[in-house]
Design a protein around this ligand. Structure first.
Ligand SMILES: C[S@@+](CC[C@H](N)C(=O)[O-])C[C@H]1O[C@@H](n2cnc3c(N)ncnc32)[C@H](O)[C@@H]1O
Length: 197
C-alpha cells in the first residue's frame, strides 16, 4: 500500500516541472546539486556518456540526456556537448556497445517506490548499450545527518536492507561496488558503480 502510494506520488510529481522545482528547493535547497555533482565527478570527460532519468536537472555537462518525461526535458537548455532524448530506459535508442559511461541520479525503484533501477529488464538493456568495460554510476540514496530528516526518511523511505543482494541479482554481468560521498553538511550519498564484465 505504502509502496504503491509512494510510486504514484513520485511518478505524479515528476510529471510536473513546477512540483519538482519547488519540492526540491524546499526539501533540499542547494544540497541536491552537490549530490548530482558528486555522481557526475565519477564520469571521465571525453567518453560517450548517457544520463538516464535526468529529469529537468541533468548532472552531466556532455553526452546524451535521456528521460521519459517530455515536460521535464523541455526545461533543459542543452549545451553544445549535450543532446536531449525523450525515451524510456527499457528501450534505449542507442546502438549496442556505444556508451562508455552511464549515470543516473536518484533513479526510481531503489527504496520505497517502484521503477527502472529495480527492474531486470533495465539492467539487460544497460548491458546491451554499454561498451566492454563500460561503467554505470548511480547516486541512489541519501543518509541524512540531521536527526529530523533521518527520522523522516526512516519512516517514509528507508534504505532497504536487501538492497545490495537484490541489485546484485538484477545486475547480472556487472561487478558492483559501493562509494560514499559525504557532503559538507555530513549527509552520506550512496553511489553504486556497476562495471560491465
Ligand atoms: C527521482 S527523478 C530524478 C531526476 C533527476 N535525475 C534529478 O536529479 O532531479 C527520476 C526520473 O526518472 C525518470 N524516469 C522514470 N522512469 C523512466 C524510464 N522508464 N525511462 C526514462 N526515465 C524515467 C522520471 O521521469 C524522473 O525524471
Amino acid at each position: 500500500m505504502r509502496r504503491k502510494f509512494l510510486t504514484w506520488l513520485f511518478a505524479f510529481g515528476y510529471k510536473h516541472p513546477l512540483f519538482v522545482k519547488t519540492g526540491q528547493n524546499f526539501l533540499f535547497g542547494g544540497k541536491i546539486n552537490r549530490w548530482r555533482e558528486a555522481a557526475a565527478a565519477r564520469i571521465p570527460q571525453g567518453k560517450r556518456t548517457l544520463e538516464m532519468g535526468c529529469g529537468m536537472f541533468p548532472a552531466i555537462d556532455h553526452g546524451i540526456l535521456l528521460d521519459v518525461s517530455l515536460p521535464l526535458l523541455r526545461n533543459i537548455r542543452p549545451g553544445k556537448d549535450q543532446q536531449v532524448m525523450c525515451a524510456s530506459v527499457f528501450t534505449l535508442p542507442v546502438l549496442d556497445g556505444s556508451i562508455d559511461c552511464a549515470v543516473s541520479v536518484f533513479p526510481p525503484g531503489v527504496a520505497a517506490d517502484e521503477g527502472f533501477f529495480g527492474d531486470q529488464a533495465f539492467w539487460k538493456e544497460l548491458y546491451r548499450v554499454l561498451a566492454k568495460d563500460g561503467v554505470y554510476v548511480a547516486a541512489v540514496y541519501v543518509e541524512y545527518r540531521q536527526r529530523f530528516w533521518k527520522f523522516l526518511a526512516q519512516l517514509i523511505d528507508p534504505f532497504p536492507k536487501e538492497f545490495w543482494g537484490k541489485t546484485k541479482a538484477l545486475a547480472s554481468g556487472f561487478i558492483l561496488t559501493e562509494e560514499l560521498y559525504v557532503d559538507p553538511f555530513g549527509n552520506r550519498l550512496i553511489i553504486v558503480e556497476a562495471k560491465k564484465q
